[in-house]
Design a protein around this ligand. Structure first.
Ligand code: NAP
Length: 311
């Protein structure tokens, strides 16, 4: 019989505030979350939920809904967008009043028309200033959470870009609770200027023996073989830190960020023989080098010790 403790996820109250009756709250803070020389615009935005039904209601890993203003000629309400909370469960203030999120302004070119377009809600949110009002809902998300029996586990968090948001909150929760087991954050960004929350995590790495911060800066720090480093490359390149943790039967893996990162992680885990993190839905070649993305999408699902949120 396996001696792996089973994961007991918290039972949470979902959708306390719904779209048909959103809470009107204020922006408490909005600041650039990258270095000022970054070509990307990413903001750390804090909501003041004081006095609303959402006060104290979020757990790290959950999301807040934001309703952008009506748009279009018919004045149709815009649909709600979900943003991961980047705060610990008791908020930025430790009292459940202020909760933050991490938002990247979407600015892109339409592949066919070559018109420039901007993401409606990310640009709306990033324009808001302290004191501005915004309509919000939540909380949502019932699996991408720390377990109630969090102390039974070690943790490896893989994040790309703004996918770091839930892990800032979860790691802050674990640190506040005096977690004694190993925690590793593996973070991937295109440039060094986009190492989100770098001061916090690099300091934590120095301060807390059981926390390690690893980064993969894809466009600036090539691997020894010349390829771009991605978070999954760290499984090989920083095996000194990751392998001993990943081999433990009480380690949980959390993955958040860009869609597609999960298959890279599956393959690298497969190469190390760490397949107990998966459920196999169909037979698959025993050589992970032969696993292509399409095969993995059909054959591999996260098992009980893996939590995945990619968009
Ligand atoms: P970003 O700053 O562009 O960084 C993404 C990093 O991942 C880059 O270094 C990129 O490398 C690398 N990358 C590209 N393809 C990859 C792959 N297949 N495997 C591993 N790494 C890969 O990121 P972003 O624009 O903030 O995007 C973050 C994504 O996370 C968004 O899609 C957002 O929707 C999602 N997100 C999800 C949640 C959630 O599910 N709760 C929360 C927050 C964010 P290159 O240099 O090659 O581009």
């Amino acid at each position: 019989m396996s001696n792996t403790p089973s994961v007991k996820l918290p039972v949470t109250e979902l959708n306390v505030v719904r779209k048909n009756q959103p809470a009107k709250v204020k922006i408490a803070e909005s600041r650039i979350a990258t270095l000022s020389s970054s070509p990307n615009i990413i903001r750390h935005i804090t909501f003041d939920l004081g006095g609303s039904d959402l006060e104290g209601k979020f757990l790290s890993g959950q999301s807040i809904g934001v309703i952008p203003p009506v748009s279009g000629s018919e004045g149709k309400p815009e649909s709600l967008r979900l943003y991961s909370i980047s705060s610990p469960s008791d908020g930025e203030d430790g009292k459940g009043r202020f909760y933050s999120t991490t938002v990247k302004r979407l600015i892109a070119e339409h592949w066919e028309t070559q018109d420039l377009y901007t993401g409606l809600c990310s640009n709306y949110l990033c324009k808001l200033r302290e004191g501005d009002e915004v309509l919000v809902t939540g909380p949502s998300g019932k699996r991408f959470l720390l377990p109630d029996n969090y102390q039974d586990f070690k943790y490896v968090f893989f994040a790309t870009g703004t996918g770091i948001a839930p892990f800032r909150g979860m790691i802050m929760d674990l640190v506040k609770r005096g977690h004694q087991n190993k925690m590793v954050l593996a973070f991937g960004s295109p440039y060094r200027t986009d190492l989100l929350y770098y001061p916090y995590f690099s300091e934590l790495d120095k301060k807390i023996e059981n926390f390690s911060y690893l980064s993969a800066v894809s466009r600036e720090e090539p691997r020894a073989n010349g390829q771009r480093p991605y978070v999954q490359s760290l499984i090989e390149d920083r095996a000194d830190i990751l392998e001993p943790v990943l081999k433990q039967s009480n380690t949980l893996i959390y993955i958040c960020g860009i869609k597609g990162m999960e298959t890279g992680i599956f393959r690298e885990l497969g190469k190390k023989g760490l397949t107990e993190y998966f459920t196999f839905k169909k037979d698959i070649d025993s050589d992970p080098d032969k696993w292509d993305d399409e095969i993995m999408k059909k054959a591999i699902k996260p098992g009980d010790r893996m939590f995945l949120e990619v968009y």
